[in-house]
Design a protein around this ligand. Structure first.
Ligand code: BES
Ligand code: MN
Ligand code: MN
Length: 474
């Protein structure tokens, strides 16, 4: 057992794992369909917040619902550490909302009935992010129940609208920033590089999400009677989408790269040294080849280069067989993943200007901005990163790697800017666990190692902060 994990805590968690009690507990949370994107599920998002609040109270923390203009968050704390207010404080973040489960017919078992098969738990949200939130719930509970205390003060904020862009969450964070004050932030909502490498993520891409609508005739037309007489919105949209990239895979929107900070050579070297199994990665992806902007490796493209990708296209007749209509409209959903120092608002404006410029004659084009989030990158130099790496190594018995990620978590940049303290992104997901897709799963052995790692993390991080020299008096 790692030195910083009290024996009684380790034993309690081992017993819980052996009985499957931890999985049954998580399954009840997964059973609540907290789909933030779908308005009919709004009451379920609230129910999942209430469930989590009650669960955290049972674990031994004080907990409450924090309302937003959108879906509710859960806030919990335990501030009984020796030294009181002066003791180190960790702020833990996660989210309790989940992605829509569709397409339902592709699931092997129903998305909101968590089911165990071959050491995996299947269900929507099991890894993103309910299972990872539960690593903390179980770790905090084991510590509080077995030792009566935590190694530091702990605050926990679990958001209800991460999967829809956190539109109302920033306002809550701003309002509550004094309550949220902490010495370090700990986020478990990212995958590990692979199952053999516990990972600390020091960078996330940002996002600008838009919708392009092309309108032609005011109703669908017989393509024989009218085809060739007016512009076809489907074809016009294809032309617009084709103009987004050049032959080298670069985004061909004027000004798109203006604010991009190039990855420094030393970072590229460090990334090249990571034990990334590209062939294995491609196999789990199921695509014939890894393709993207020329001049960058796959990991560099995923972590450090911006993109402009089609997320969805709709136009005309898409049912079985042939139907001869000229569609009256066409719609595309576009997401741009951003890197420092790109700004979501600025990129959205550049894209709007580009689309207006290239739109062919005879159609009306509307570009709407749906949501955005800023990119984030930290210099993982603070010694708290080393302390966290030690805790992970102890729990996993494997070396820790430092990675960036291509996904987005808007909260991280918001809190990093407000609190100006180190943010540790320590996630326990695996890259192929089908987050957002059908058959999302959670590796149960990783779930349990992750829970144990949390126990060690709190202690290592607390000890490391406590050892910091006191700040000079103002
Ligand atoms: N947990 C993910 C973020 C993530 C995914 C980080 C993969 C690293 C690798 C999070 O729940 C998520 O899906 N975020 C959205 C944010 C968006 C809706 C603003 C995303 O990245 O699409
Ligand atoms: Mn997530
Ligand atoms: Mn997600």
């Amino acid at each position: 057992m790692a030195p910083r994990i009290p024996a009684a805590v380790g034993e309690r968690l081992a017993k819980l794992a052996a009985s499957g009690g931890d999985v049954a507990d998580l399954a009840a949370f997964v059973a609540i369909p907290s789909v933030s994107a779908q308005p009919p599920h709004a009451p379920d998002v609230r129910r999942s917040a209430e469930f989590l609040r009650d669960r955290l109270r049972k674990a031994g923390l004080t907990a409450e619902i924090w309302e937003t203009q959108g879906h509710p968050s859960v806030y919990a704390e335990w501030l009984g550490a020796a030294g009181g207010e002066a003791a180190p404080t960790i702020l833990i973040y996660g989210h309790h909302d989940v992605q829509p489960p569709e397409p339902l017919e592709q699931w092997g078992t129903p998305p909101f009935t968590a089911s165990v098969r071959d050491g995996r738990l299947y269900g929507r949200g099991v890894v993103d992010d309910k299972g990872q939130v539960y690593c903390h719930v179980l770790a905090l509970e084991a510590l509080l129940q077995e030792t009566g205390r935590l190694p530091c003060n702990v605050k926990l904020i679990v958001e209800g609208e991460e999967e829809v862009g956190s539109a109302h969450f920033d306002a809550l964070i701003e309002k509550k920033k004094e309550r949220l004050r902490a010495d370090a932030v700990l986020v478990s909502d990212t995958p590990m590089l692979d199952r053999d490498h516990p990972s600390i993520c020091y960078g996330l891409r940002g996002l600008a999400y838009l919708e392009i609508e092309v309108a032609g005739p005011d109703h669908d037309l017989h393509s024989g009677g009218y085809g060739g007489g007016v512009a076809n919105p489907g074809t016009a949209l294809a032309e617009i989408l084709a103009s987004l990239h050049d032959k080298r895979g670069r985004v061909a929107v004027a000004g798109f790269y203006d604010d991009v900070v190039r990855m420094p050579g030393r970072e590229r070297k460090a990334i090249a040294k990571l034990p990334f199994d590209e062939a294995g990665w491609l196999k789990t992806v199921g695509a014939p080849a890894a393709v993207g902007e020329q001049g960058w490796t796959t990991l560099e493209r995923l972590w450090g280069r911006p993109t402009c990708d089609v997320m969805g296209v709709m136009s005309g007749y898409t049912g079985p067989g042939a139907k001869t209509i000229l569609p009256s409209r066409a719609l595309a959903k576009i997401s741009c993943r951003l890197v420092p120092d790109q700004d979501p608002g600025k990129v959205a404006s550049l894209l709007q200007a580009h689309v207006r410029k290239v739109a062919p004659a005879g159609v009306r084009v509307d570009v709407r901005v749906l949501h955005g989030g800023k990119p984030w990158r930290a210099e993982p130099r603070h010694r708290v990163f080393k302390a966290a790496a030690r805790a992970l190594e102890a729990a996993f018995g494997k070396p820790t790697v430092f990675i960036r990620e291509g996904g987005s978590i808007p909260f991280v940049r918001t809190i990093a800017d407000i609190l100006q303290v180190p943010c540790l992104l320590v996630g326990f997901g695996l890259p192929d666990e089908n987050a957002h897709a059908p058959n999302e799963w959670l590796d149960l052995s990783n779930f349990r190692k992750g829970t144990l790692a949390c126990v060690g993390l709190y202690a290592e991080v607390a000890a490391c902060i406590r050892k910091s020299p006191p700040k000079p008096a103002e």
